[in-house]
Design a protein around this ligand. Sequence first.
Ligand SMILES: [Zn+2]
Length: 100
Amino acid sequence: MPDRYQTTTKPEADSRRHRDRHRPNAATRRWYSLDRWERLRDRVLRESAYTCAECGHITLALDVDHIRRHNGDPRLFWDRSNLQALCHSPCHERKTQRGE
Ligand SMILES: [Zn+2]
């Protein structure tokens, strides 16, 4: 029965597609846990004097944001000039909602 073969091979194909779609995100999540990112993040926060680049609010609750979306590209991810400090809310949340 060809139908039965199709149902046994399909889940495997689905999980492979699923993995491929998530691969860039998985790599990026690893970068965020590296000491190198921790140091770079600290540097951006210090250099910005804990001031949000968007609204000028001074707060400790700042996120380091990639100005240009890196999409898993290490050059954009690790480029200091591509980083800015944004207050978590509302500036970074607003930018994340726009999909950047
Ligand atoms: Zn802000």
